[in-house]
Every structure is written in structure tokens, then in C-alpha cells.
Design a protein around this ligand. Sequence first.
Ligand SMILES: [Zn+2]
Length: 313
Amino acid sequence: MQTVGVDVGGTNIEVGLVGEDHEVLDRGKENTPADGPDAVLDVIAELVAGLDGDPVAVGLGIPGVVHEGRALTVPNLPHWDDPVDLVAGLSQRTGLPVVLGNDGNVGLLGEWLAGAARGVANVLGVWLGTGVGGGLVLDGRPFLGAQGAAGEIGHIVVREGGQLCSCGRRGCVEAYAGRRSMASAVQALVEAGRKTTLEEIQREHDKATMTSGVWQDALEGGDELAREVFATAMDALGVGIGAVLNVLDVELVVIGGGLAEKLGSDLADRIEASTRPWVMRPGPDLRFRVADLGDDSGVVGAAALARSSVISS
Ligand SMILES: [Zn+2]
């Protein structure tokens, strides 16, 4: 049985045709349109139609709170103001059954089924992208919470009255560690007269935003300002992850997203170092790892969600 996994991010939409053993057989990618849900659904439908195969269902990971087939809030995508019925919208366009999940949850599902978290009973997933997403596996099962909003580590407040976040509150982890927030911090420092190579590297990469690759080059090149903003991001993440560990005592933290793919185990080590001071009693087996599936975690997890919905229906 083949299913399609769709990973909608703040920057890109990735689509994959996935087989029974979680292998990606074909794939497609487009920029995420900024004109609201209809435009996003049109792009997804085109990408799905372009896949070479015979899928029976579509799983869709969305960066927001998802409950009963509707996306309740999607803070990182413009013009997603009211709850949107994405299941109906996408099944009309593709003629296939559609199941919806939160992007952080489906990313962790992919890693739990076929990647770095395979066989681990208690896991926190942290996804670093335009925003900061998360997911949980507790007692050997994905944990979504009462209304599908569990695992939102990006919106743990780490500084009361701090930086404004995409969710409208202040001082969230994402307001420091999301790539969009990091870019705003860079801009503010540049306007205050600081120098950085980030913007020049961004032009060299020919990118519209400061991508993970741009950050990697600046950090490896020793850019002071980049290191400062990155350190602030890591500190905020450490406080947030520490809070989760104190409540849930998971044994594995999986770090995914573009930055994890670029920086690899160095990033996991760095996040571990900024987390440990905040953990009351770190478990003896507590580990931090980057995602194994790289860019594919979300696609593989979303496709698995689709497969399980077909099997159970
Ligand atoms: Zn927030």
C-alpha cells in the first residue's frame, strides 16, 4: 500500500509517496504560498498529482493546532485566521481520503516508526524551522493531548514579557529559536550598527530568507553576531526543553528540522548542554539525538498517519 505524506512548513511544502516500509518512493517540493489556505491546498493537490504511483490516502502535517480534521490555529502562515476544514478541502481536490496532523507530531511519528526514536517509549521531538514545533511519545504511544495541542514546545514561555511570538504572546521559545525570530533579531542588531556576514551569505545562497544553510555558513565562518543570536536561541530552547523534562521525564530528545540536518550531532550536543542546567534530575539514560530521516521525518510520519487511518477504517 502506498500513501502520500505532506509536510507543510512556513517556507516549503514537501510531498512524498511512501511505501509500506516507510521508504520514500517519489517526492515533490514547492514554496509555501502566502495567500491563505486555498492557495496552499491548490499547491499540495498539484504536488500530489505529480507523484508517480498509486496512493490510497493522504496524510497532512500542518504547523498548528489540529483537532478533528480542522486546523484551529496556524500562527506561522499568513491569512489562516479562522479554523479551516483542510480534510474536506484536500480530499475534494485529490479524490483521496485525507487525515490531518500537527507537523511536530507527525515529524516525531516518522522518527519513532523509522528513525532516531525507533523503539523508545518516552520521547520529546523538537523541530527547528521557521517556527519551533514539537511532539511527544509517552509510554510507547504518540501523545496528542485533549485537543491535539500537546507538544507545543515552541510556545513554552521562557521569558515573561520577552520578545513577541508568532502566537501573539511574549517570551515563547519560538520568539528566540524560530528561524523567523532569529532573522528579526539579526535585523534589529544590524539596524543598531552591528556587522554580520549573514545577509551577504544569504545573497550568495540566493535565498529569500535566512535558511539553515545560511546559518551554518555564518556560524562555521565565525560570524560574531550569528553566534550571539544562535546562542540566545539555544539558551531559550534549553530552558523550554528542561521544563518538559522536569514534567515528563522522557529518555530521548530528538532534534529535527533544517538546522539539525545541517549541523548534525553538534547541534544535539549543544542543545543538551543548554538543557542540562535546568533539569532537576536528568535520567541516567537521557539522550539527545538529531533526526535520522532529515527532511523526510514529516513526510514519512504523515504518510504513516494516512496508512493507519486506512487500515483502521
Ligand atoms: Zn508563542
